[in-house]
Design a protein around this ligand. Structure first.
Ligand code: FHN
Length: 423
């Protein structure tokens, strides 16, 4: 199968040197904050509420008239990300509902013009990110449940009462214009994170033009597309949703192969992206740390989501977890940031990450006091517990290393053993 959108993606694309540098920096950073926030947050039922409840898009639009996030504070958001040890933020500049969270000239259905709040929150966030040294990425939906030029309709949003006619080329032009605004008016953009392609997998998306516009305006800006397929030409990283690379459990990414591009897994903290007033199903701090470490051990970043409330605050339950993960990262960040997947393949026991001749064994599940791991092509010179440099007894065979974990408490979230390996 080859969809038109895929065939038309930026053929012959050669990433610019700045782009290659951004890719490295992106991989080095390993941990980012995903933010799903829009007028849907007022309904407290996730970002799909319009479609899930068959709300007429004209009725839905009235939410904007009451949107006044009195506690929105870009500084507090960026601080929360930093406290967690995150290095970048990816915000929904426009989600599938079609509402722009930034001041755009190309539609009045935007936060500046359609809400009493009247502030460009994306601009405020961009400014604060620059100030606090955090990179900013823009989530941008290809799918739109409101615009009539998103026509013919896709597989979702059938009950939103969109007018069933329109010119697809107008829609493409609109997206191109909005992306130009985002890439020229908000400072350096770390990445554009597309979503919704899957709604019309065989439409003529002209991704080649869209991607070329981004790379022309900011050659260092990375392009990713959560299309749940292997990367199309012109993309700079590969996205995995609610799934570690190679895990293929989440359904929509079934069979997705792993490319040579930088990888990023995105995940919810509870079960919902946009704010949910009922979803208390939060992952534990240990589970979140395991997710981050499991991603790093598979060479992937973790983009961990928060869904701010209608008042603009990040839910308390999320903030608490972010702080705890951050505390852990203060000690163990060195075994995550700037690393690549280690040569010991992930297993039920955990994963490995590496940096130069340092190989970090992350023991996430203990099964007895001896851990035997396959290791070829290197000589282990020493093994120490990362946190206190205490020696860990070990023995080597031709193609394995055995660690004696008896001196290490079995209930640690992640027992990190640092091996010095001459390769
Ligand atoms: O439909 C969206 C969903 O609302 C959310 O934005 C996630 C984030 O990865 N992506 C889509 C589903 O694939």
């Amino acid at each position: 199968w080859l969809g038109a959108g895929r065939l038309a993606a930026q053929s012959g694309y050669q990433p610019a040197p700045e782009n290659l540098r951004s890719r490295e920096a992106f991989q080095d950073s390993r941990f980012g904050m995903f933010i799903h926030w829009g007028i849907y947050s007022m309904l407290g039922d996730g970002e799909w509420a319009m479609t899930n409840k068959n709300i007429d898009c004209r009725e839905y639009a009235k939410l904007a008239g009451g949107f006044y996030p009195s506690k929105f504070d870009a500084k507090a958001w960026v601080q929360a990300a930093k406290d967690a040890g995150m290095k970048y933020i990816c915000i929904t500049s426009r989600h599938h509902d079609g509402f722009s969270m930034f001041g755009t000239r190309y539609s009045d259905y935007n936060i500046v013009e359609a809400t009493p709040y009247g502030r460009d929150v994306v601009r405020e966030l961009a400014k604060e990110c620059r100030k606090q040294g955090i990179r900013l990425h823009f989530y941008y939906s290809l799918l739109d449940w409101t615009r009539e030029d998103y026509y013919p309709l896709g597989t979702t949003g059938q009950g939103t009462g969109r007018t069933a006619h329109g010119d697809w080329n107008d829609y493409l032009g609109f997206m191109n214009n909005q992306l130009t605004e985002l890439l020229t008016g908000y400072g350096p953009v770390g990445a554009v994170w597309f979503d919704g392609w899957w709604d019309k997998a065989d439409a003529d998306w002209q991704l080649d033009k869209i991607y070329a516009t981004i790379h022309r305006l900011q050659p260092g800006c990375l392009v990713g597309n959560n299309h749940h397929r292997e990367p199309f030409p012109g993309e700079d990283f590969q996205a995995f949703e609610q799934d570690l690379p190679g895990q293929n459990t989440a359904g929509h990414s079934a069979g997705q192969t792993i490319s040579a591009l930088p990888l990023e897994t995105c995940a919810t903290m509870n079960g919902t992206w946009g704010y949910s007033i009922t979803d208390r199903n939060y992952k534990s701090v240990a589970a979140l740390i395991h997710l981050l470490v499991n991603a790093a051990g598979r060479n992937a970043n973790l983009l961990l989501n928060v869904g701010p409330q209608p008042d603009g605050e990040i839910p308390q339950a999320s903030l608490e977890r972010l702080r705890e993960v951050g505390r852990w990262m203060k000690t163990y960040g060195e075994t995550v940031y700037g690393t690549r997947a280690g040569e010991i393949a992930p297993g039920a026991w955990g994963v490995s990450t590496r940096k130069g001749d340092r190989l970090f064994v992350h023991v996430l599940r203990r099964d007895g006091d001896t851990l035997s791991l396959p290791l070829t092509g290197g000589v282990v010179r020493s093994a120490v517990r990362f946190a206190d440099r205490a020696e860990v007894p070990f023995s080597v065979a031709t193609d394995s290393v055995s660690l004696d974990l008896s001196g290490i408490p079995a209930d640690e979230i992640d027992s990190v053993i640092e091996l010095s390996v001459r390769r």
